[in-house]
Design a protein around this ligand. Structure first.
Ligand SMILES: CC(C)(COP(=O)(O)OP(=O)(O)OC[C@H]1O[C@@H](n2cnc3c(N)ncnc32)[C@H](O)[C@@H]1OP(=O)(O)O)[C@@H](O)C(=O)NCCC(=O)NCCS
Length: 143
């Protein structure tokens, strides 16, 4: 039985589990304890984790809610499951949980996410959950 919850405190061992997941997502990003603390303090940002029977974190995603003149938006970010737990429905469960949490607020959200075309499983997952691809150019700038 896999449990999903919002992370509100983070022990050293939980942090190292998160660190492992960040390494699955990216070879260039480093986990940072202060950043995790900042996420947990922010009421508009939800870090959802999914745990195995031994209570170890085996997957996570972060949902960021923000309001702009065109409405309330929620962005689903950094969806990741440990490789040994992939392909058994946990990613879908996690994203479903994120959407249900937003629905439970009874507020109207435009939910967005991005995924590189090379991420075959992720793109298939999002499409199968009803996300529709939008033509847009994505830009980033590190400051
Ligand atoms: C993407 C990811 C989160 C999906 O989680 P998961 O637990 O492995 O996926 P699930 O078992 O819940 O499968 C959900 C759907 O994803 C798709 N999928 C999963 N594995 C797939 C694979 N190997 N090839 C193609 N599609 C796949 C299928 O559509 C599947 O639905 P189905 O089982 O009904 O066919 C996970 O594979 C992962 O962590 N990948 C590495 C990190 C990553 O790419 N993150 C996304 C960043 S945008």
């Amino acid at each position: 039985m896999m449990k999903i919850s919002r992370l509100t405190t983070c022990s050293d061992s939980e942090f190292s589990q998160i660190e492992k997941l960040i390494n699955v997502l990216s070879t260039s990003c480093k986990a940072n304890r202060k950043v995790v603390a900042e996420i947990m303090e922010n009421k508009d940002t939800y870090l959802f984790v999914i745990r195995d029977d031994a209570n170890n974190i085996v997957g996570m995603t972060t949902v960021c809610c923000f309001t702009i003149p065109t409405g309330r938006h929620a962005s689903i970010e950094d969806v990741v499951i440990l490789p040994e737990y992939q392909g058994i429905g946990l990613g879908r469960k996690l994203v479903q949980h994120a959407l249900e949490t937003l629905k439970a607020t009874r507020l109207q959200y435009k939910v967005g996410l991005t995924s590189k075309p090379a991420r075959i499983a992720a793109n298939a997952l999002y499409r199968s959950m009803g996300f529709v691809q939008k033509e847009t150019n994505v830009y980033t700038l590190e400051i």
